[in-house]
Design a protein around this ligand. Structure first.
Ligand code: SF4
Length: 701
């Protein structure tokens, strides 16, 4: 490794949050290696992390200067920062004056740093006068957020990675950490290798690499997760493995839970979810008799029309067994993006306020308004991710500012997103790469600094805050996102955006956390730089951080008790298979790619794993559809068409097909885009889209 300059930082991809040491030579060329001293990864990196330097060193796709078009009939041309930001401020002012603050909004990203998230939220909620700011984290974690809030009183992940080495039973639900959280999974593998008695159960309609490693793989019928977890809960109660003392002293609503789980016999449940009664019994015993039980989940549960209810049913298993607040026990949502949690801490969703305060609480709104020195925060909830694009399509919203995300590929129902973008009066895209499909619709493009080109902080899946150092200068005229936003805010005439550096923004946010459950008022940049990472809360001087919450069995609800929430619906009925659309499509991720591939797609060695998207289909379904391995197939849903090669595989359940979500038009063709097929149905509680449940037909093309 080149050692001219050595910088400690954090991987910019998934929520595991691995430590990286970046070496920078005199020519600004970067190399990376895992940070041996980092508590998360102890030197390990996965394929994406270990190839990050290729992404940074290859600037061929970078946006180097602002571009703008004066009308839709003209091409975009290079403009100065002054011209670009003055126009943006002029358009936002005139739209707000004419149509009100709800006519504008920001759509940002779980890859934004905490300081960027904070400034974007302060600008929108505090000064533009609208709560129209949402993030692509809505697409991955919002069901878990709502479930945590309703169960524990706040959006708080109770445990840590170190609990993995203390547990002996793991239930991995709707997640493939072997591919999507690889270094975390490596810790689990090592733990199992050392302790063969550890039991790993994976629930997934596909036999993924995670499922292949598991002791038990439950190949569930999509949409029936709640039925399975309720059946496991019922069995735990039936055989006397429920923790009666914990339930009585520290929970509410148990009788309603008991009533719901008892209403379905194991035989009925088995028929509905496709898991044998014997397996349900076995799992209940493993969980109930274990010393440490950890549930882990990701998009398979969250991305559903009943995602919050699915989360409730899984969290209820931790409550019924009293497996929370103790070492090696607890529920653990696996964050998809590197800073989805940091974003939530600063209120980075249309429905949240900073420091876990509630938008629908007038006292909280006034506290935040007072802190920012504004009269009020609007009580009206802003548009969530999909609602924002609905509003652009209908004309209720006129302008959108998109930062660090590529909705043309990642949001459901691509045709509808395209209509929304075309209908918008003014679209700003602030990004690093020309390869983002969304750029096609931008009136103003602003070049942003990328990873290692700016400083700031992030929080990973286990509440661990890390400082990301700046190692190199951004190319061309690219600027850090906070600088761009503060510059825009000042041109709008707003006070409160005259920061001298990113550290001052961080300090303002830290001051806001004082006395809250996420207090980091004693965690400054100096400590993060000299002592490393910390898990919030860090409420006192010299405090070393908090690996585990609720050790005293006191939760953040008004009664300090955890709440059994009862799923309103136990099965996903957002669509029904039919003769025309007989299969259920589930979309997801592959090992070596990240999101819409604007970064990982640049690295040739990462493209070898899957050079192009393929549709995984069970040989029986393929036989019925007269499809052979390698045939190009047409996948149709009510919303659109995709044409890709078929891969016959016994690892996927009959009647289910799988398509990766990464590819878009810039990379191949818009006929490879999985979200052509998905629909705009969302969970009514979390507003998270139903990505995993689209009825489709497959035919040879
Ligand atoms: Fe980066 Fe996640 Fe891989 Fe760690 S596991 S190196 S954080 S992508």
């Amino acid at each position: 490794m080149i050692l001219d300059k050595k910088i400690k930082t954090t991987c910019s991809y998934c929520g595991v949050g691995c430590g990286i040491v970046a070496g920078v030579d005199a020519q600004n060329k970067v190399q990376v290696q895992g940070d041996q001293d980092h508590p998360v990864n102890q030197g390990m990196l996965c394929s994406k992390g270990m190839n990050l330097h290729y992404v940074v060193n290859d600037t061929s796709d970078r946006i180097l200067y602002p571009e703008m078009r004066w009308s839709r009939s003209h091409p975009r041309e290079r403009v100065s920062w002054d011209d670009g930001l003055d126009r943006a401020a002029g358009v936002f002012k005139s739209l707000i004056q004419k149509y009100g603050p709800k006519s504008v909004g920001f759509y940002i990203s779980g890859q934004c740093l905490t300081e960027e998230y904070y400034i974007a939220n302060k600008l929108t909620k505090g000064f533009l006068g609208t709560n129209n700011i949402d993030t692509n984290s809505r697409l991955c974690m919002s069901s878990a957020v709502v479930a945590y809030k309703k169960t524990f009183g706040e959006d708080s992940v109770p445990i840590s990675y170190e609990d993995i080495e203390l547990a002996d039973a793991f239930l991995i639900a709707g997640a493939n950490p072997a591919w999507c959280h690889p270094i975390l999974f490596r810790r689990l593998e090592k733990h199992k290798e050392k302790n063969p008695n550890v039991k790993i159960i994976v629930v997934d309609p596909r036999k993924t690499d995670s499922a292949s490693f598991a002791d038990i793989h439950l190949q569930i019928i999509p949409g029936t997760d709640i039925i399975l977890y309720n059946a496991i809960g019922k069995r735990i109660i039936d055989i006397g493995l429920a923790d009666k003392e914990f339930i009585e002293k520290h929970t509410e609503n148990y009788l309603k839970y008991r009533k719901q789980v008892m209403a379905t016999s194991l035989k009925e449940a088995s028929k509905l979810c496709g898991i044998s009664v014997d397996d349900i019994k076995k799992i209940a015993e493993i969980i109930g008799e274990s010393k440490g039980f950890i549930s882990m989940w990701a998009m398979g549960l969250n991305q559903s029309a009943i995602g919050t209810d699915k989360n409730f049913s899984l969290l209820n298993l931790s409550l019924v067994t009293g497996r929370i607040g103790k070492p090696g026990n607890g529920p653990f949502s696996l964050t998809g993006q590197p800073n989805a949690m940091g974003g939530r801490e600063v209120g980075g969703m249309a429905s949240l306020l900073a420091v876990h305060k509630d938008l629908n609480n007038p006292v909280h709104r006034q506290e935040v308004a007072n802190f920012w020195g504004v009269n009020e925060i609007s009580p009206e909830p802003g548009y969530s991710a999909t609602e924002m694009f609905d509003a652009l399509e209908s004309g209720e919203m006129k302008a959108v500012w998109i930062i660090c995300t590529n909705p043309m590929v990642s949001l459901p129902n691509s045709k509808r997103i395209e209509k929304a973008m075309k209908n918008a009066k003014f679209v700003v895209v602030q990004d690093i790469s020309h390869k983002a499909d969304t750029l096609e619709y931008a009136d103003l493009v602003l070049p942003a600094a990328g990873w290692l080109e700016k400083e700031g902080t992030m929080t990973n899946s286990e509440r661990r805050i890390s400082y990301l150092n700046k190692g190199i200068n951004p190319p061309g005229e690219a600027r850090p996102d906070v600088e761009i936003l503060c510059d825009f805010a000042r041109r709008m005439g707003f006070r409160g955006f005259n920061f001298n550096n990113t550290e001052e923004i961080y300090e303002e946010y830290c001051a806001m956390t004082k006395g809250t459950n996420i207090d980091i008022s004693f965690l400054n940049y100096d400590r993060l730089k000299s002592e490393g990472t910390f898990q919030w809360p860090v409420p006192e001087y010299r405090h070393l951080g908090t690996p585990r919450l609720f050790a005293d069995n006191k939760f953040y609800t008004p009664t300090q008790k955890a709440i059994f929430n009862i799923p309103a619906q136990i099965e996903n009925t957002s669509e029904k298979t039919s003769k025309e659309y007989p299969l259920i499509l589930t979309t997801g991720r592959i090992r070596d790619q990240w999101h819409t591939m604007t970064k990982t797609g640049k690295v040739s060695r990462l493209r070898t794993h899957y050079p192009s998207p393929v549709l995984e289909i069970n040989p029986i379904d393929a036989y019925l559809d007269k499809v052979k391995d390698g045939d190009v197939v047409e996948v149709k849903s009510k919303n659109g068409i995709v044409r890709v090669k078929a891969k016959l595989s016994n690892s996927i359940r009959e009647c289910v097909v799988f398509l990766p979500m990464h590819w878009g038009k810039q990379l191949q063709s818009d006929l490879n885009r999985a979200n052509n097929l998905t629909k705009t149905v969302v969970d009514p509680q979390s507003k998270e889209p139903d990505f995993k449940f689209t009825t489709v037909s497959v035919s040879k093309y």
